[in-house]
Design a protein around this ligand. Structure first.
Ligand SMILES: *Cc1c(COP(=O)(O)O)cnc(C)c1O
Length: 292
């Protein structure tokens, strides 16, 4: 499989021009920032490995991308979760459904702890969400694509924005770019995000700039204002963004737009569209219930 460069679109949003790096379109099966983070494993060979082991949530984008990687490599994929809701078990959808179709072996274990897992020599262990140093390989490629695009289009005063989970993508992107990278925490607060950065990089001067969301959100919880914003953005741009990270991303960008005065903004679309299937169902169910 060959992953080619992703394109860059120009949209108008919040009365501004914003460039969108379309990593959601990298490849039909392997896209978004998880594809960037796992690119290293795709490109290199690992003769002693025949199994990927990972852990995380039952709808994670990383889980789905690892299932694709395992399939491409002809490896087994063992995935541990703490909890499987009976609704999802009976009605598989989104990342969960497609990861199972790719051959993922699922282990539901309330007490599973990554730190306690004893890795075997044939196993490649991937931290939750792909917070791994090997991610820098694919993110350097992303950074180089941005540099090439900037030069070709003679873009001056560029600032980059992307929402963070583990912060791995934002951190490595800043490491490879001279332009300022801004991010916002979608999982936990800014202190937690800095802590996550610190697991991969000790030198704080190399961290991306953190902009705070206007209020505290709980990851994965439904917020009607997010669904509304997400719908508005799709209607006005014709681009489908992800429902977990991007509404917080765009809302925070809008809150801090003055930081980007006189600059060009490049927003990284990090994929995650497959996960929208279940998020949309959840929002519509919630709406149905609240209308009664
Ligand atoms: C995983 C993911 C993120 C967060 O990436 P980190 O590198 O963990 O910060 C953001 N957006 C989407 C769509 C993702 O799948």
């Amino acid at each position: 499989m060959v992953i080619t460069n992703s394109s860059t679109d120009k949209i108008t949003l919040f009365n501004r021009n914003i460039y969108i790096k379309r990593d959601d379109l990298l490849h039909k099966d392997f896209s978004g920032n998880k594809a960037r983070k796992f690119h290293y494993f795709l490109e290199n060979s690992f003769p002693s490995i025949d199994t990927i082991v990972s852990f995380g949530s039952n709808q994670s984008n990383a889980m789905y991308s690892l299932s694709v990687l395992a399939k491409l490599k002809n490896w087994n994929f063992k995935y541990f979760i703490n909890h499987l809701p009976s609704f999802l078990k009976e009605h598989p959808s989104g990342n969960y459904k497609y990861a199972l179709l790719n051959g993922m072996e699922l282990f539901v274990d309330e007490n599973f702890k990554m730190t306690k897992y004893e890795q075997k020599s044939n196993e490649l262990f991937i931290e939750e969400g792909g917070a791994i140093k090997e991610a820098s390989f694919g993110i350097e490629k992303l950074a180089n694509e941005i540099k090439g695009w900037k030069e070709k289009n003679n873009i001056q005063n560029l600032k980059i924005f992307l929402p963070s989970g583990t912060g791995t993508t934002a951190l490595f992107l800043q490491a490879f770019l001279e332009d300022e990278v801004f991010t916002t925490p979608c999982v936990g607060d800014s202190e937690y995000l800095k802590y996550q950065f610190s697991l991969l990089e000790k030198d704080e001067s190399l961290y991306p700039k953190i902009l705070n969301p206007k209020k505290k959100y709980h990851f994965g919880k439904l917020y009607n204002e997010h669904f509304t914003l997400w719908n508005e953005i799709e209607n006005s741009t014709n681009i489908e963004f992800d429902l977990l990270y991007d509404p917080i991303g765009f809302d925070t960008l809008r809150e801090h737009l003055e930081r980007f005065d006189g600059c060009e903004i490049l927003y990284i679309h990090q994929g995650g569209i497959l996960g929208n299937e279940t998020m949309k169902e959840r929002y519509l169910r919630k709406k149905g219930i609240s209308k009664e």
